[in-house]
Design a protein around this ligand. Structure first.
Ligand code: PLP
Length: 370
């Protein structure tokens, strides 16, 4: 007899890490490898944040505050909502899995667009719920009407990723607001806003205002992309106290470690510097998109910290060769076939120098294989 694991395990998709096998994030930081595969911030954490982590490290003999009181209060002040509407987690991924556990079961349904964030398929797989993946429009945007059409009495969760990973495409606030108002009350609407600060079309505070009218709405945000804290794992949800209670019920009490709490509290004190880094990424976005188009390639209309690049009609055939040429030049990107979009590449923006290297190597790859 051998140990028999839960039958759901066989359907849970594995995660392919962005750092190549055998490397740690620290090796990558000290090397020539351009790590453009995980949409992280290319900027190290601010010195004040590193100091706060060092100070907190001296008290590691104690458990962290399970309620993350100080961090939740700061986030509530920042977003002008009540602390009871904020919950923090070990990265925003933690909320996706907790929401699945709290709301899904065999017979329930979850609706989301595809291609979208690779963690969503895990939610159905781990619970035995039925997933409905609604294909993106041809321009790589969400087809919100088709998503609404898929909602039934059995639907428990609908997710909209905005801007969408891996395509970077953005749904304007007016359309999000209309969508949320048309989803029936029994369905939890998760708007995954991991990249919302990089979009330049709307004020990111607008969706927060919707919380007043829709108790079935959850907004997910993270310190991983804009606050340079991907390695510490800290994300937050803005939602009804009922949602926050449900996800807390299915998670361990200490899901956000003390270093992460201290770092996030400090990072919130430096909004101006964080904003300047976001602006640098947006400037790089404009430049890279234009240089990639000069190579004769097309891209989705991105509002995120990464580009989604079509390799053309022969894309699915040449994708591996292109990724290989980039890897030989020390540049790691995500091949689209791993993200539900064969023939495409997703590249995160790095430092200006890394971005220059990426565009030059992509040019060579297209010349060789395009
Ligand atoms: C759309 C989306 N949501 C959530 C996450 C997870 O973020 P976190 O690091 O907070 O778990 C990511 C990370 O890549 C993402 O792309």
């Amino acid at each position: 007899m051998t140990v028999r694991f839960n039958s759901h395990l066989t359907s849970i998709p594995g995660y392919t890490p962005g750092v190549p096998k055998g490397h740690t994030a620290e090796d990558v930081a000290g090397s020539d490898l351009a790590q453009l595969a995980s949409n992280e911030s290319p900027f190290p954490p601010l010195p004040e944040v590193v100091e706060a982590i060092t100070r907190a490290a001296g008290a590691m003999n104690r458990y962290p505050d399970p309620a993350a009181t100080r961090l939740r209060r700061r986030l509530a002040d920042r977003h002008e909502i009540e602390p009871g509407q904020i919950s923090v987690a070990n990265g925003s991924c933690d909320f996706l899995l907790a929401a699945a556990e709290a709301l899904l079961e065999p017979g329930a349904e979850i609706v989301y667009a595809w291609p979208s964030f690779s963690m969503y398929p895990n939610m159905a797989a781990m619970t035995g719920a039925r997933e409905i993946q609604v294909p993106l429009n041809e321009d790589q945007t969400h087809d919100l009407e088709a998503m609404l059409d898929e909602i039934t009495a059995a639907t428990q969760i609908v997710i909209v990723c905005n801007p969408n990973n891996p395509t970077g495409t953005y749904i304007p606030f007016a359309e999000i607001s209309d969508f949320v108002s048309r989803v029936p009350d029994h369905v939890l609407v998760i708007i995954d806003e991991a990249y919302i600060e990089f979009q330049t079309r709307d004020d990111p505070a607008l969706t927060v205002d919707l919380l007043k009218d829709f108790s079935n709405l959850v907004l997910l945000r993270t310190f991983s992309k804009t606050h340079s804290l991907a390695g510490l794992r800290v994300g937050y949800a803005m939602a009804s106290p009922a949602f926050n209670g449900a996800v807390n019920a299915v998670r361990q009490p200490f899901s956000v470690n003390a270093l992460a709490q201290a770092a996030a509290v400090e990072a919130l004190e430096h909004g101006d510097q964080v904003q300047r880094q976001i602006e640098k990424s947006i400037i790089e976005r404009v430049r890279i998109e234009s240089e990639v188009r000069d190579l004769g390639l097309t891209t989705a209309d991105t509002e995120a910290n990464f580009s989604w690049i079509s390799l053309g009609e022969r894309g699915p055939e040449i994708e591996d060769e292109v990724v290989g040429v980039l890897a030989a030049a020390g540049i790691v990107v995500r091949p689209g076939r791993l993200l539900g979009g064969p023939g495409w590449l997703r590249v995160s923006y790095g430092t200006s120098e890394e971005n220059d290297r990426f565009v030059a190597a992509l040019g060579e790859a297209i010349e060789l294989h395009g």
